[in-house]
Design a protein around this ligand. Structure first.
Ligand code: S3P
Length: 440
């Protein structure tokens, strides 16, 4: 174990099967809290992700004067304060490990008439914030970073103006921050995406009554629109289900069914990739998308003979958070897999390319780390060993799944941050057959 940050021992081999659901979607939970906060009237959120990242957002909003009630861990009522109702926080807002929370809060706070400071944990304090600070600056926001990183200091604004902005990277966080700031700006925002990134903000803004036009890669929105509180039903997080989709391909002798999973097409690139590798995955759509228009489905997966593929770069943004576990799928596929155009992985909660390459090396998987991706030669099984998750939740969970094809147990260090996105992961993994145990 490293520094009291928790560890797991994961037994080698085994099979998985059964029916499982996973906690609520992290991206949608953050957005529901923030849009609810600046709406007029109440927003009731069900299926909320009771994980550390979303709780950081809830605490930040409470510090800004918003009443956030939690009648149950996954039920939240946000008492909207309206577009001008946020008030200055008494201290710096601590966003913990949550990059989405910090970047979206920058958009929410940039137009406010008071100062704010945003900080986070060791990982978040290293992450790039200029991608949001710069375009917000073009709108008239006054934001200071430290060499492009947090702490982020936002000075009281004297009114923002809408801009036309072409995103240099496909980033839903940047797009969403600009939309949040644009709500309080004078004029019409135009945001041009280089490739589609997750569109939860656009869908949810519409559910809150905002008019938003999409023309190809361009999103247009008039400033000054007022949001109306609305019920939000959060589907289960596809990114959390992803670990079990890959586990199912590797070891589901009996079918593994994941129920009520969000299948917004801007999130499900991993399904396409696994299907191209030959995965036996069946998708049963659930009716009724809920007021905010987020589709959900039951997904059934069985053990499959996977074949290596070259990943089309266009699918990378649609599978960005699933690439760590996709590398595990590639490690047990027949033949070679190549991922390029994934340099964004280097600035996630950890440098995910480096962290995954180090773990694959520990297991004896033949691979090559590239500046913007990874080449992997799959094998039927691999060794066990010690893995450093680098404090990254998705790296830790990806290697827990890898144990299904290992010949010896894995020890995974520094797993406490799994609670940011998937509280209860150990219990869920054990319930379907993964032999993971917390180390005490
Ligand atoms: C997210 C967007 C993605 C993703 C992150 C969640 C969001 O980040 O990796 O986990 O909720 O908007 P980028 O916008 O940096 O690509």
């Amino acid at each position: 174990m490293s520094g009291g940050r928790g560890g797991w021992r994961v037994g080698a081999g085994g099979t998985v099967g059964g029916t499982l659901t996973v906690p609520g979607d992290k991206s949608i939970s953050h957005r529901a809290l923030m849009l609810g906060a600046i709406a007029e009237g109440d927003t009731h959120i069900s299926g909320f992700l009771d994980g550390e990242d979303c709780l950081a957002t809830a605490r930040a909003l409470a510090a800004l004067g918003v009443t956030v009630e939690r009648p149950a861990p996954t039920e939240v009522r946000v008492r909207g304060v309206g577009p001008e109702g946020l008030t200055a926080a008494a201290a710096a807002l601590d966003m913990g490990n949550a990059g989405t929370a910090m970047r979206l809060m920058m958009g929410l706070l940039a137009p406010q008439r008071f100062d704010s400071i945003l900080v986070g944990d060791e990982s978040l304090m290293r992450r790039p914030m200029l991608r949001v600070a710069e375009p917000l600056g073009l709108m008239g926001a006054r934001i200071q970073t430290t060499d492009g990183r947090p702490p982020v200091r936002i000075a009281a604004a004297a009114g923002l103006r809408a801009i036309r902005y072409e995103l240099p990277v496909a980033s839903a966080q940047v797009k969403s921050a600009l939309l949040l700031a644009g709500l309080a700006a004078a004029g019409r925002m135009h945001i041009v995406e280089p490739a589609p990134a997750r569109d939860h903000t656009e869908r949810m803004l519409r559910a809150f009554g905002v008019e938003l036009l999409q023309d190809g890669r361009t999103i247009a929105m008039e400033g000054g629109q007022v949001l109306r509180g609305t019920p939000v039903r959060v589907p289960a997080d596809f990114s959390s289900a992803a670990f079990f989709l890959v586990a199912g391909c590797m070891a589901a002798d009996a079918p593994l069914v994941l129920s009520g999973i969000g299948v917004n097409p801007t999130r499900t690139g991993l399904l396409t990739l696994l299907q191209r590798m030959g995965a036996d995955i069946r998708i049963q759509a659930r009716g009724g998308e809920g007021a905010q228009g987020e589709p959900a489905a039951d997904i059934e997966v069985r053990r499959s003979e996977l074949r290596g593929i070259t990943v089309p770069e266009s699918l990378v943004p649609l599978a960005i958070d699933e690439l760590p576990v996709f590398f595990i799928a590639a490690a047990c596929a027949r033949g070679e897999t190549l991922v390029r155009g994934a340099q964004e992985l280097r600035v996630k909660e950890s440098d995910r390319l480096a962290a995954m390459a180090a773990g694959l090396a520990a297991l004896g998987v033949e691979h090559q780390l590239l500046p913007d991706g990874m080449w992997i030669r799959g094998a039927d099984t691999f060794g066990g060993g010690r893995i450093d998750s680098c404090g990254d939740h998705r790296v830790a969970m990806a290697f827990a799944v890898a144990a299904l094809r290992a010949r010896a147990p894995l020890a995974i260090d520094d797993v406490a941050n799994v609670a940011t996105s998937f509280p209860g992961f150990v219990d869920s993994a054990r319930a379907v057959g993964i032999r993971v145990e917390p180390l005490t």
